[in-house]
Design a protein around this ligand. Structure first.
Ligand SMILES: *[C@@H]1O[C@H](CO)[C@@H](O)[C@H](O)[C@H]1NC(C)=O
Ligand SMILES: *[C@@H]1O[C@H](CO)[C@@H](O)[C@H](O)[C@H]1NC(C)=O
Ligand SMILES: *[C@@H]1O[C@H](CO)[C@@H](O)[C@H](O)[C@H]1NC(C)=O
Ligand SMILES: [Zn+2]
Length: 972
């Protein structure tokens, strides 16, 4: 087992760079000694380098970031006391790849001595409200692997450094612990929470990130101030105007003693808020240290000043020194162990974030919905690309890497959040679009060869990414072929929509049987889009029983006569529309019929509402239409439903699929939004979908944390501090990454609304759910967010205000479920099928003679319903990365929440696993070599369970990561 690990990590690293490694002394052993009797002030030189925000990634890199890293390396060599932490691996790799061997050697030496420390280590510093956990894990894997392969064990991060993200999710804490991190640092939490923690000395705490997993505690330290910048007056960067430290006593400007006294004052204020005799002082800011010498020479003098003019706090000497967040963690840990000190334990999350009573950062949960949806498509496609590359046993150019990197960047806290400037937004979309096309080109021959058996074949499959505006050039043809690929580890059936140019078709499934379909005019006329061809109709069919990690082929041919197989009915799942108002009236599912209405409203934006912050002008919402909603029934062999027109810029289709009882679909299409009000003033509109039910919910509702575990929310309440309610609407908005749920405990009923992208949501009245779907704000929220983006969020696309379309999925029923599984299990099933949806690859090439394998599955049998392959990707020659995930929480379902065993010995059709080593979540550290820090009162010792005979056991919510050595079974 060990040998494979060494092969994977060491051999590769050494062979890729001709550098030598001295005996490393990095890690906790290299930390400066904190003094038990002093107040230890850990100075943390750092630079916060956004992967796009006010400038694009490239502009930041070439104008700023390359100067930071280069200049810091030089300054560290001048004085071995100096330290620096490097965070964003996307930037670091870019810089490293261009350096000479001697600079690389310098970096390795600084890493090995602990002076230069890599922390966080992900490709970016990901957001925590809008991201899905799968993408978070992927972006860390990408960064950590580069570090491990290129720089070795001294580059392994032990610290989560999420300093700038806009509130903090519990799942991020759980992932950080599973990556093997010992600590997590940040500065953005509710202003009342910070104050309470400083008063109670609980700003250093233990956070338990999972209610299902043991050993998910992580030491968490919250910054003293609402900034990660230098203490005011002590910014020594060239862009700052602060007074330098002048230690030349001959100089008329000599100020050393006074400056030391001023810094000591600051230190005394902070020391009173923290539990141990250690405090952490960030010495940095956005793209600082471009001329690192200026920063360091002044900090050197400050440190020397404290030696010449000793200062005290509460009778303790103040000891000031260069440090790192991991050394701070070590010092607090020693304090806690020596004094048997129990830190405060937190079990909920740090969302939403508020900077004052009116500054709720709940706008970004919804801002830029097109990016938020595009990101989900990117993940869907990335997962299936990696799977196809892993199972196809064919050589391929690693053209999937740009998609991994683009997805890593999109997770950044100014990308998926929608809080960047407009040209940066365009750059993100360009990057993702190009990398998706590239990945598609890379996997087209893999998929084609799996179908035809002819090496290197190409069907020229198209991804049809613009199906949402009814554009897919392959399916405009009179004859085309579709391979529907299912990235889930179980059999699923799924509706597939394709833009087409005619109404009548013959569709053959892999068995040569004709299948039912339905064609409707596209919901809006997309002919205003002139740069790509659009089609007037949308064809829908059900791809039945798609094999796990596999595909089925469907052939399409236009025909003259439309088959008249209209049938109505799904006796189990249905809805009613109120004829007078045109609104939803009731729904029936899982044996329950419930009155429910749904309507579209908007808030007028307050002048502080912008990309980050949501502040309605008045606490009142307005109906999109004052009249009744115009309805057009639609019905066919695939689904039936109704088109609702609220206004020329707001429409919906509500659908029930004839053969799928699990949910009711509400598709919404909103835009272009006129930001003017009745008087013509540009106020902005923030559009919400409001569901009203008779459910008795006692102020409670539930939202997910990054698509994984659920958290209980209570209106006008926070579990760990006194909440004041200055913003009764914005302050109750929470991130909805995948679902929001109402429960009526008395009746044992629940209603879940699942989303196709992250959004903000709340329940402002019992029985109601409100989800924000689009925001067009002409203002900029700088005055409250203190982040001056300059641009408003009122985006244009194809020469007009942007149109956004998306879906909500409704699941109603008894909490006990549908007779077979709990309602939570039904929700997880729907959420998964929508997140990793079957993907239609369309080609209009003449391929009929090459259609040999009309169905394929990479699995010999589907996995059971409570477990999935979270990741399958090529790692090295003969090695794949394989992550297995138990998808249920403890107690969510009587059967499905049980432990599950996956037998990997004979699971895959195209390869067989011969060796397996287990690693931490990021794939970079061998699990049985890894030890996490222990704290009084927190059982953090992970039990390493052996894998016997390739049988992997998973407990609820557990993810296990393996590197698997494989032999190929079958060469096509
Ligand atoms: C490094 O720190 C030690 C301990 O504070 C000090 O004695 C020494 O002078 C420092 N070295 C430099 C080059 O500043
Ligand atoms: C409705 O539910 C019943 C009982 O579970 C089932 O037998 C039937 O097939 C379902 N009908 C449809 C259209 O799914
Ligand atoms: C369609 O998808 C593209 C790419 O994700 C996105 O830019 C565009 O805004 C979407 N359009 C609509 C109408 O949803
Ligand atoms: Zn940032």
């Amino acid at each position: 087992m060990r040998s494979l690990f060494l092969f994977v990590f060491l051999v590769l690293r050494v062979s890729s760079t001709p550098l030598h490694f001295d005996e490393p002394s990095c890690g906790y052993t290299s930390c400066p000694q904190a003094d038990a009797d002093s107040l230890n002030v850990h100075l943390i030189p750092h630079s916060h380098d956004d992967l796009g925000w006010l400038k694009t990634v490239d502009k930041y890199y070439f104008e700023d970031v390359q100067n930071v890293i280069g200049s810091v390396i030089g300054a560290l060599k001048q004085n071995t006391n100096r330290t620096f932490i490097q965070v964003e691996t996307a930037y670091f790799k870019r810089w490293w790849d261009k350096q000479s061997d001697s600079t690389k050697q310098d970096v390795l030496e600084l890493l090995n001595s602990g002076q230069f420390e890599i922390i966080n280590g992900g490709w970016s510093m990901n957001d925590e409200a809008a991201v899905n956990y799968q993408s978070t894990i992927d972006q860390y894997t990408l960064g950590l692997r580069f570090l491990e392969d290129t720089l070795g064990a001294c580059a392994r991060p032990r610290v989560g450094w999420q300093i700038d993200t806009f509130g903090h999710s519990r799942e991020q804490a759980s992932i950080s612990a599973q990556l093997g991190f010992d600590s997590l640092f940040f500065m953005r939490l509710d202003y009342r929470d910070r104050q309470k923690r400083l008063n109670d000395k609980t700003a250093d705490l233990l956070w338990k990130g999972s209610q299902s997993l043991d050993s998910s505690y992580i030491f968490t330290s919250v910054f003293y101030r609402d900034t990660y910048s230098f203490p005011s007056g002590f910014c020594f960067d060239i862009v700052c105007q602060d007074e330098p430290i002048i230690d030349d006593e001959e100089s008329p400007d000599y100020n050393l003693e006074r400056r030391v006294n001023e810094f000591a004052e600051y230190v005394r204020g902070q020391a009173s808020g923290f539990p141990s005799n250690n405090i952490l002082v960030p010495m940095g800011d956005d793209v600082r240290y471009q001329a690192a010498f200026t920063n360091y020479i002044n900090i050197d003098r400050l440190i020397q000043g404290f030696e010449r003019f000793p200062q005290t706090v509460d009778g303790k000497t103040i000891k000031v020194f260069y440090s790192t967040p991991s050394c701070y963690t070590k010092a607090v840990n020693e304090f806690a162990n020596n004094n048997n000190y129990y830190l405060d334990v937190k079990t909920d999350d740090f969302l939403p974030y508020a900077t004052d009573g009116y500054g709720y950062w709940s706008g970004f949960y919804t801002s830029r919905p097109s990016t938020k949806r595009f990101e989900r498509q990117g993940n869907n496609f990335l997962q299936l690309s990696k799977q196809l590359a892993a199972v196809s046993n064919q050589p391929y150019e690693n053209d999937i890497t740009p998609l991994k990197e683009a997805m890593g960047i999109i997770q950044h806290h100014d990308a998926i959040t929608g809080t960047e400037k407009q040209d940066v937004l365009k750059d993100y979309h360009r990057m993702l679009y190009d990398s998706l096309e590239k990945a598609n080109k890379a996997i087209d021959p893999l998929l084609s060869t799996l179908i035809s058996g002819i090496p290197d074949d190409s069907f020229q499959f198209e991804t049809c990414l613009l199906s949402n505006i009814s554009s897919c050039s392959a399916s405009r043809s009179i004859r085309f072929t579709v391979a529907v690929y299912n990235p889930l580890s179980r059999v699923v059936s799924s509706p597939i929509d394709l833009p087409v140019s005619a109404q009548s078709w013959t569709i053959l499934d892999p068995n040569g049987n004709q299948i039912d379909y339905q064609v409707e005019p596209t919901i809006i006329d997309f002919s205003y889009v002139t740069n790509v061809p659009t089609s007037p109709y949308t064809l829908s069919f059900i791809a039945e029983d798609l094999p796990p990690l596999g595909f089925k082929i469907y052939t399409f041919e236009q025909t003259a006569v439309k088959p008249s197989t209209l049938f109505y009915g799904n006796e189990n799942t249905s809805f009613e529309i109120d004829e007078a108002s045109g609104l939803l009236k009731s729904i029936t599912m899982n044996g329950v019929t419930m009155e429910i209405s749904q309507d579209l409203y908007y808030y007028k934006s307050g002048s502080y509402s912008g990309a980050y912050i949501f502040v309605p002008l008045v606490n009142e919402k307005y109906r999109v239409t004052a009249n009744s909603v115009k309805i057009t029934p639609i019905s066919g062999s695939v689904y039936q439903g109704v088109i609702q027109e609220f206004a020329s810029w707001a429409k919906q289709i509500i659908k029930v699929y004839n053969n799928d009882n699990s949910h009711i679909e509400v598709e919404w299409i909103v835009g272009p939004i006129d930001v003017r009000d009745e008087t013509g003033e540009e106020v902005g509109k923030e559009v919400v979908s409001l569901f009203t039910t008779p459910l008795q919910t006692d102020g409670n509702f539930y939202t997910d944390s990054n698509g994984r575990e659920m958290l209980k929310r209570t209106r006008n309440y926070r579990p760990t501090f006194d909440y004041t309610n200055e913003e009764p609407i914005a302050g109750n908005y929470h991130p909805v990454t995948s679902r929001i749920v109402l429960k009526d405990e008395e009746q044992g009923l629940e209603l879940a609304i699942l989303t196709d992208r992250s959004q903000g949501g709340t329940s402002l009245e019992d029985g109601q759910v409100e989800i924000m779907i689009q925001r067009a704000c002409p203002h900029n929220d700088f005055k409250r967010s203190h982040r001056n983006v300059g641009d408003s969020i009122n985006d244009q696309e194809y020469g007009q205000g942007v149109i956004i379309r998306g879906k909500h999925y409704l699941v109603l029923g008894p909490t006990t479920g549908d007779g077979e599984r709990s309602l939570a299990a039904v929700q997880r099933d729907v959420a998964q099928r929508k997140l990793l949806a079957p993907w239609p690859f369309v080609t209009n090439q003449e391929v009929s003679s090459r259609l040999k394998n009309l169905q394929f599955s990479a699995l010999k049998q589907p996995l059971s319903d409570n477990v999935q392959i979270l990741t399958l990707e090529p790692w090295n020659d003969d090695v794949v990365l394989l992550r297995l995930e138990h998808i249920f929480e403890k107690g969510e379902d009587e059967t499905l929440s049980q432990e599950v065993t996956v037998d990997l010995s004979d699971l895959f059709t195209t390869f067989t696993i011969t060796e397996l080593v287990e690693t931490t979540l990021g794939g970079n550290i061998l699990l049985d070599e890894h030890v996490r820090m222990e704290w009084p009162g927190a059982d953090n010792v992970a039990t390493v369970t052996d894998v016997d005979d390739f049988k992997v056991v998973l407990t609820p919510m557990q993810i296990r990561t393996f590197l698997a050595k494989i032999v190929v079974n079958r060469i096509l």
